[in-house]
Design a protein around this ligand. Structure first.
Ligand code: E4P
Length: 223
C-alpha cells in the first residue's frame, strides 16, 4: 500500500520524505488555506519537487468546464500533478474529459460505493473515500473502502482506492488489510506509524546494556 501525506505544509512534507517511505501527497483547499501567504501554484511545484510522486491539487468550481480548465492548468505545473475533483455529476464529466487527455485524476469527497462506481467508469486514476468523516457521521467508513476494493477487483477497474480522511493509525492498518492501494494521512499519523512504546523501552534497555559492555572493555584495557 502506498503512503501519502495529507498536507500542504512544506516542512512536514520534507520531514516525511526524508524518511524514504513517502509515496505522494494530497492537498485540498482547506489544507492550502492553513499555509497562508503562499502562492498556490508555487507551493504545488515545490511539493512535487520534494516528493517526486503523485501530488493531488484540487479544483474549486461548480461546472465541468471550469474544472477542466483548472485541471489542465494544474497538470502543466508538473508531471506529478493529479487533479483532484469533487464527486458531483459535473465533476465526473470533467474526469471523463481529463482522463481522455491522460491527465491523472483523484475523485474526492466520496462517501458511497455507488459514487466510487461512477468515478471508476469515468476513468478516475484514484477514488478517495472519506473514512473519518463517515465515521464521524456514525457510519462505517471502512465499509466503503472494502466495497470499492471488491467492486474494482471484480470488474477489473484500474482506479486505485485511496483511503482518505484518516483519523488514527488503526485506519491505516484497516486500509492495508482491506487492500486499499493508498492511504493518505496527516503528518501526525504518519509519524505514529513508526512508533511503539515497547520499541522505545527496548532501545533504552539495549543502550543501557551496551554501556555496561563498553565499561567492561575499558576496565579490561586498563588491567
Ligand atoms: C483527502 O484527500 C482529503 O484531503 C482529506 O483526507 C480530508 O480529510 P479530513 O476529513 O480530515 O479533512
Amino acid at each position: 500500500m502506498k503512503i501519502f501525506l495529507d498536507t500542504a505544509n512544506i516542512d512536514e512534507i520534507r520531514q516525511a520524505a526524508s524518511l524514504g517511505v513517502l509515496d505522494g501527497v494530497t492537498t485540498n483547499p482547506s489544507l492550502m488555506a492553513r499555509e497562508d501567504g503562499s502562492d498556490y501554484d508555487e507551493t504545488l511545484k515545490e511539493i512535487c519537487d520534494i516528493v517526486h510522486g503523485p501530488v493531488s491539487a484540487e479544483v474549486v468550481a461548480d461546472d465541468s468546464e471550469e474544472m477542466i480548465r483548472q485541471g489542465r492548468a494544474f497538470a502543466k505545473l508538473s508531471e506529478h500533478i493529479v487533479v483532484k475533483i469533487p464527486l458531483i455529476p459535473e465533476g465526473i464529466k470533467a474526469v471523463k474529459v481529463l482522463s481522455a487527455e491522460e491527465i491523472k485524476t483523484n475523485v474526492t469527497l466520496c462517501f458511497s460505493a455507488n459514487q466510487g462506481l461512477v468515478a471508476a467508469k469515468a476513468g478516475a486514476t484514484y477514488i478517495s473515500p472519506f473514512v473519518g468523516r463517515l465515521d464521524d457521521a456514525g457510519m462505517d467508513g471502512m465499509q466503503v473502502v472494502a466495497d470499492l476494493v471488491e467492486i474494482y477487483e471484480r470488474y477489473a477497474f484500474s482506479t486505485q482506492v485511496l483511503a482518505a480522511s484518516i483519523r488514527h493509525p488503526m485506519h491505516v492498518v484497516e486500509s492495508a488489510r482491506l487492500g486499499a492501494d493508498v492511504a493518505t494521512m496527516p503528518y501526525k499519523i504518519f509519524m505514529q506509524l513508526f512508533k511503539h512504546p515497547l520499541t522505545d523501552v527496548g532501545i533504552e534497555l539495549f543502550n543501557r546494556d551496551w554501556a555496561k559492555v563498553v565499561e567492561r572493555r575499558k576496565a579490561h584495557v586498563r588491567r
